[in-house]
Design a protein around this ligand. Structure first.
Ligand code: VGL
Ligand code: ZN
Length: 195
């Protein structure tokens, strides 16, 4: 069990229909049956302890080099304003949400995006929101372990937050078999607590 305090932020990553609903274009197995209830449980625990809850949403334009049709690796997903980009209907929403990639930026982290032309890293504003809320510890849950959860947790640790990923409240897409295990390894090496 995780101990939340008033200076903890729970970051709920991309629990959106395209990832969490079996009909979604990039469904992560267990997204609806396992991850949504586990995330909701963490949200209750966090709120009870006076912690803050923040959300991210993958928020793409219709055409982006992130998608296979435009040279990337992913099916079209989480297009801004579509049902696939909405939060899963069973998710408890109890805080602000950061939309990532609305300007066609690339990248998976909730903290930074990459300008597709210059390659420059652009902050999303999440780090400032956490600091403004007085957060020092960060707990990361949601989808998917091997992309957005991993990169959000790595950036969180890099920003100096004491960072934990809860495996029971996330799941990997495993585009390549073993990606989930590799992500856990990378998180460990970066000093992120994984449990
Ligand atoms: C994600 C693949 C593509 C994620 C986002 O939220 O982990 N994965 N875009
Ligand atoms: Zn995406």
């Amino acid at each position: 069990m995780t101990t939340y305090t008033s200076d903890t932020a729970l970051i709920v990553v991309d629990v959106q229909n395209d990832f969490a609903d079996p009909g979604g274009s990039l469904y992560v197995p267990g997204g609806d049956t396992q991850v949504v209830p586990a995330v909701n449980h963490q949200i209750s625990q966090a709120l009870q302890a006076g912690a803050s809850v923040f959300y991210t949403q993958d928020w793409h334009p219709e055409r982006t080099p992130h998608f296979a049709i435009d040279g990337g690796i992913w099916p079209v997903h989480c297009v801004a304003g579509t049902a696939g980009a909405d939060f899963h209907p069973d998710l408890r929403v109890e805080g602000p949400s950061v939309h990532k990639g609305a300007g066609g930026e690339d990248g998976y982290s909730g903290f930074t995006m990459r300008d597709p032309v210059s390659g420059e890293e652009i902050p999303t504003g999440l780090a400032s929101m956490l600091r403004a809320a007085g957060c020092r510890q960060v707990v990361v849950v949601g989808l998917a372990l091997d992309y957005c959860v991993r990169d959000t947790a790595l950036d969180s640790a890099g920003e100096g937050f004491d960072t934990t990923v809860l495996l029971a409240a996330t799941a990997p897409v495993n585009l390549n078999p073993g990606d989930g295990d590799d992500a856990v390894e990378q998180l460990h090496r970066a000093g992120v607590t994984v449990r």
